[in-house]
Ligand binder design. Structure first.
Ligand SMILES: Cc1cc2nc3c(=O)[nH]c(=O)nc-3n(C[C@H](O)[C@H](O)[C@H](O)COP(=O)(O)O)c2cc1C
Length: 214
């Protein structure tokens, strides 16, 4: 697959089949993603991979909390408001989703979040608790590398805040040092063939984001 196809074919999948992804494939994906650049090669990330019974327990626990409407308390706090440009893009994404999904699809979308997308594998990414925004840049590169390497192996994924909304359900399964903050989760697996996995959000025109001087 050419690089361009790898980058443009990748899309988030939000409904996975029960088919497991084998551990050797997942390790190959994570190994490749470690080629990500980072500030003076600091590689501030750590990765925790939940599979099998562990991922089942996390999904069950998450479903119970999310169904009760339990408030999120993530270790890296998301913004309450967005600047004008990201807010406009967010609004366009929501409008596009509402237009693309039927009422039934939307119900399944919401339910899919509670079930953590039925993912057979979830990789959690941490950063040192006092990390700078540059380390966030670095772990983002690592996370994107995971998604692209997965795509190259025929494995789909979705990076999701939903996956780290309740850090206790993750910490009780792993030995994660207290000086690491759970930052992001990426669900990985083989997608079901349905509309939840066919959403293709468009990007802003290049002219909106690029200024060139020569
Ligand atoms: C930091 C971050 C958090 C995200 N959180 C969620 C989430 O909680 N639930 C979800 O369904 N998708 C989530 N996404 C996926 C985005 O909605 C998706 O990447 C975006 O709409 C672009 O679509 P694409 O990945 O299919 O190209 C998240 C993505 C990122 C990078």
């Amino acid at each position: 697959m050419s690089d361009q196809n790898l980058l443009t074919n990748r899309h988030s999948a939000r409904d996975f089949s029960d088919r497991p992804v084998d551990l050797e494939t997942l390790k190959a994906i994570l190994y490749t993603a470690q080629a990500a650049p980072s500030w003076e090669n600091t590689q501030p990330w750590k990765a925790y991979l939940a599979l099998g019974d562990v991922v089942q327990r996390i999904r069950q626990h998450h479903f119970e909390l999310a169904s009760q409407g339990t408030k999120s308390w993530t270790e890296v706090v998301p913004p309450k408001t967005w600047a004008a440009t990201p807010q406009a893009n967010l609004d366009a994404w929501r409008a596009n989703m509402l237009a693309f999904f039927s009422d039934e699809d939307q119900t399944r979308f919401v339910s899919g979040q509670k079930h953590l997308f039925n993912a057979p594998a979830i990789v959690y990414l941490t950063l040192p608790r006092d990390a700078s925004a540059y380390s966030a840049y670095d772990v983002g590169a690592f996370g994107y590398g995971i998604l692209l390497a997965a795509e190259a192996h025929g494995v789909s994924g979705v990076p999701a805040y939903e996956l780290v909304r309740y850090p206790a359900e993750i910490r009780q399964e792993f030995d994660i040092p207290t000086d690491e903050a759970l930052f992001m989760g990426i669900a990985l697996g083989y997608p079901q063939d349905n509309r939840l996995n066919q959403l293709r959000p468009k990007r802003a025109p290049l002219d909106n984001v690029l200024q060139v001087r020569q």
